[in-house]
Write a protein that binds this ligand. Sequence first.
Ligand SMILES: *[C@@H]1O[C@H](CO)[C@@H](O)[C@H](O)[C@H]1NC(C)=O
Length: 123
Amino acid sequence: MIRLFSFAFLFLVLAITVTWFGEDVHRNRYLPPSVDLLTATAEQISQQLQNRSITSLQLVKERVRRIELDNTQGFGLQAVMNVVPYETLIEMAKTRDVERMANNIHGPLLRIPIIVKVNNESP
Ligand SMILES: *[C@@H]1O[C@H](CO)[C@@H](O)[C@H](O)[C@H]1NC(C)=O
């Protein structure tokens, strides 16, 4: 009987551990799993936007999620100081998606979210 309870307890602990740690927070939530934002080049992202395997809205949502994940929560890197207000980003992304649907393409880098590094200590 004790052995059965021990086994049940062990199973419960295992189940909780798998549930708790099983979710990979760095897995894409808004983009297909084939897109790796850590290694993707601007050219690859541009191609994926052009061949419609991803949208600007998905890209912006995932970028903001990842900034929040690593910058303020999680690692707490505090590397990103300012982000354009979320509503503004969403509106910009939706506009870019509508333009793309109408084949109104301005340039290959227009829809790529970027981070600008500022050196405050520079002379
Ligand atoms: C879209 O472009 C990406 C990057 O070049 C490529 O890996 C992917 O297979 C393409 N998808 C389609 C549906 O053409």
